[in-house]
Design a protein around this ligand. Structure first.
Ligand SMILES: Nc1ncnc2c1ncn2[C@@H]1O[C@H](COP(=O)(O)OP(=O)(O)OP(=O)(O)O)[C@@H](O)[C@H]1O
Ligand code: SF4
Ligand SMILES: [Mg+2]
Length: 320
């Protein structure tokens, strides 16, 4: 069993959605609703789920950019260091996440500016070595971000993340803004860096094939909960939760071997302002039954695989 680096226990996060004339919050968005998750050293954990299910909220929570309303999120080692340390994040849109006024060598070394013992020469040297590592031409390090293509900018964002020597990198849709051919190059770079630096990735993506290609384990999210968790093989080829099957069915695939019989009843994400009673997926679930009025816990087995559906065992595996 590999070392657990980060653990979330029954985490809830909500945001104020509406206030009355006195400034009192009258409505909240329930973004995370009882999330349990453990992240092990060296793995890539893929997070999938449709827009609004809470993926970026989870990323911000892991980065300690927001606090949970309840539950805990803790690093299981370096207990002295503050939460969020040893972690870096790469965002979807490299242009908006890079300061447009700074030359690239300064952007790359931004995370180490606060370390007082770094002279400019040392920082430039660090930027040079990270540029070589991530495939940025060192002679371009004095240019501004807008002089680079989307793929190159994402390399800059990755180099910047690496400068802080993180053990975990949270990748929130790292290739969604890029052309297909460039996507593959960035994913290959991430794989290479992971091998060389023993990195742990949390990879958030709409794109199931990206997650399939990259991840050791996959967590499927729906309305701020994990509805299915397991190895990539288990979750993406033998999905057990009706929502996972629906998600896979809605992905255009060359490989049609995952053909399932489940189709969407309504096709829209029910509001996370007024959370459903019982199983959150009940309104959309073709298998919904009377007993689904009970809230569903994430039932996990000894291997750590889990599913949040009492009928999961009832669903026959897809015909292969
Ligand atoms: N700062 C905020 N203030 C208010 N509501 C927020 C805030 N951040 C997120 N939300 C809401 O919380 C819910 C979850 O948002 P989140 O960004 O985590 O979803 P996501 O899964 O990352 O979606 P996408 O795939 O579109 O990026 C959404 O309903 C969103 O509108
Ligand atoms: S618990 Fe019921 S409603 Fe929820 S996913 Fe399972 S079958 Fe569907
Ligand atoms: Mg998001």
């Amino acid at each position: 069993m590999s070392e657990i680096l980060l653990a979330l226990e029954n985490v809830y996060v909500n945001f104020p959605a509406r206030t009355n004339w006195r400034g009192k919050v009258t409505e909240r968005v329930h973004a995370l609703n009882g999330l349990d998750l453990q992240i092990s050293r060296g793995e890539t954990l893929g997070i999938v789920g449709e827009s609004g299910c809470g993926k970026s909220t989870l990323a911000q929570l892991l980065m300690n950019m927001i606090k949970p309303a309840s539950g805990i999120c803790h690093r299981t080692r370096n207990t002295d260091s503050p939460p969020g340390s040893g972690m870096q994040m790469v965002f979807q849109d490299p242009l908006s996440s890079l300061d447009p006024r700074l030359p690239v060598w300064r952007i790359i070394t931004e995370p180490v500016w606060i370390q007082r013992h770094n002279s400019e020469a040392q920082r430039r040297e660090l930027a040079q070595s990270l540029a070589l590592l991530t495939g940025i031409r060192p002679e371009y390090l004095d240019r501004l971000p807008h002089a680079f293509s989307g793929g190159q900018r994402q390399r800059i964002a990755i180099a910047r993340a690496l400068s802080a020597q993180p053990d975990i990198i949270v990748l929130d849709e790292p290739t969604s803004a890029l052309d297909i051919s460039v996507q593959a190059q960035i994913l290959n770079l991430l794989v290479k860096l992971q091998r060389e630096r023993e990195l742990t990735y949390v990879l958030i993506s709409h794109n199931v094939s990206v997650v399939r290609h990259m991840s050791d384990r996959v967590a499927v999210m729906y309305l701020g909960q994990i509805v299915e968790l397991g190895t990539t093989e288990q979750v993406l080829t033998q999905p057990r939760h009706p929502y996972t099957r629906l998600l896979l069915d809605s992905v255009p695939r060359i490989d049609r071997s995952l053909e399932g019989e489940i189709t969407d009843k309504k096709g829209e994400l029910p509001g996370n302002r007024q959370l459903p009673q019982g199983c959150f997926f009940r309104d959309r679930c073709p298998l919904a039954a009377e007993s689904c009025r009970q809230p569903q816990p994430l039932r996990t087995d000894a291997s750590g695989a889990g599913v949040r559906c009492w009928r999961a065992g009832v669903i026959s595996p897809p015909a292969l």
